[in-house]
Ligand binder design. Structure first.
Ligand code: URA
Length: 440
């Protein structure tokens, strides 16, 4: 077999067979196939796409390209959850303890943030002492003892994705549905859960902004999950404004604690309850309405907060910071961003809001950038709210005060203020299962 012939076949719009896909994935990971040839193949896939069967095969070989996690020593059905990324998306921190407090074991591997989107691991590590690098035995042991552990991905999980993603990033081939779907699903499959819930974000702060493309991505991933015997459901949710009011690592922990104690902003609560009930549903806890009641009860009774507290203690975090999290911010002199005119916030460019937070030190522009755990934005007004000229729209936090001006400029640019109150948008836009795509 020659990689040249595989490139030519895809260039001519033909379907690759299993042996060809296996040859290309393994050859690339082993270093036998060169970057320039794989770049050409990726561009051919970008233009000619892949059939459902090709994407499933590609995902399977990527998933098996390195270590895989075996969760069989943890009893019960394990459900994983993945978000395609957004701004203020702290849902994993909230729904994992909800689900664990309802008796479902949560053994979760999460990622770090890159660019304007945040990552669960950075958020957890903003709790002083919290360890996200556990040995396999510590990880499994923690889940078997308290029902929950969230750790960072092991070094050799899906090396094929690490190499392919880095190459896609520099060859303008990231934006391809089969390549995104195989990248995400290979990591989910290698992480060992039995079932998968996907939160596909759509709107100005999402990785893929257009709803129809999100729907195609969601359907492709649901199909891949089914093809390897892992039932997968996707929710398509709104990222046209930051989720909740806090953006930034420790700020998001503060808001997590608020929600887990029964408070917090309505948009965040609504999405968390929907995600948690879908996870419980996939775990076989009953129909969706029963599962939603269960999730609500877990929040209302304080059981979800208790589970979060247990996880923080189990992973070495300084638990006093979750009892009075606002105290940590006392070390910082915040900066208020005020509105330059009166009117309704008609639109928030959520990607730009994320960039404003990154500029404060809350995110990484490059992979090795160091994060300022306390940096970020607290929004006092969001889309649909009325602001008066001179009124405080948001408060900025950074350990480096020199960063405030640049961030403020980006934030003000992100907001459209007009005379007409915009229509309220739905937060949950669709639910995709193997049977149907239900629009809300
Ligand atoms: N997230 C991933 O993990 N992979 C992609 O290709 C895009 C987003």
């Amino acid at each position: 077999m020659r990689i040249y012939d595989i490139i030519a076949k895809k260039r001519d719009g033909q379907e690759l067979n299993e042996q060809e896909i296996e040859y290309f994935v393994n050859g690339y990971v082993n270093g036998e196939i060169e970057d320039y040839q794989v770049s050409a193949l990726l561009m051919a896939i970008y233009f000619n796409s892949m059939t459902k069967n090709e994407v499933s095969i590609l995902t399977k070989y990527m998933a098996n390209s390195g270590d895989t996690v075996n969760l069989s020593s943890i009893p019960g059905i394990k459900v994983d959850k993945h978000s395609t990324g957004g701004v203020g998306d702290k849902t994993t921190l909230i729904i994992s303890p909800i689900v664990a407090s309802c008796g479902i074991n949560v053994a979760k591997m999460s990622g770090r943030g890159l660019g304007y989107t945040g990552g669960t691991i950075d958020k957890l590590e903003s709790i002083p002492g919290f360890r996200t690098s556990l040995s396999r035995d510590e990880f499994i042991g923690a889940v078997n003892k308290i029902g929950i552990s969230i750790v960072s991905q092991t070094g050799n999980l899906v090396p094929a994705d690490k190499k392919l993603y880095a190459l896609r990033d520099v060859t303008a081939t990231v934006e391809s549905i089969p390549l995104i779907a195989s990248s995400i699903m290979s990591k989910k499959i290698a992480a060992g859960a039995d079932k998968i819930l996907l939160d596909v974000k759509t709107g100005s702060g999402a990785f893929i902004k257009d709803f129809e493309r999100c729907r195609e991505l969601a359907e492709t991933m649901v199909n891949i999950g089914g093809s390897v015997g892992k039932e997968t459901t996707a929710l398509i949710t709104n990222m046209d404004r930051p989720l909740g009011n806090m953006v930034g690592n420790f700020l998001e922990v503060i808001e997590t604690v608020d929600v887990l104690k029964g408070g917090g902003p309505e948009d965040l609560k609504e999405i968390c309850l929907c995600l948690a009930s879908n996870m419980l549903y996939l775990s076989g806890k009953g129909d969706l309405s029963v599962c939603e009641e269960m999730a609500q009860e877990s929040l209302g009774s304080g059981r979800a907060f208790k589970k979060f507290e247990e996880m923080v203690i189990s992973q070495g975090g300084n638990v006093s910071w979750i009892y009075s999290p606002e105290d940590l911010l006392k070390n910082i002199k915040p900066y208020n961003v005020v509105s330059e005119k009166s009117g309704y916030i008609v639109n928030m460019d959520t990607e730009k809001c994320g960039i404003a937070s990154m500029k404060l030190g809350a995110g990484r522009e490059k992979k090795d950038d160091i994060i300022d755990n306390l940096a970020g934005i607290k929004f006092h007004k969001k889309t649909g709210d009325y602001v008066n000229k001179g009124e405080n729209i948001a408060t900025l936090y950074s350990s480096n005060r020199l960063k405030y001006m640049d961030s403020e400029r980006s934030l003000l640019e992100a907001l459209d203020i007009g005379d007409t109150k915009p229509e309220k948008q739905k937060l949950i836009k669709a639910r995709v299962t193997k049977e149907e795509c239900k629009l809300f």
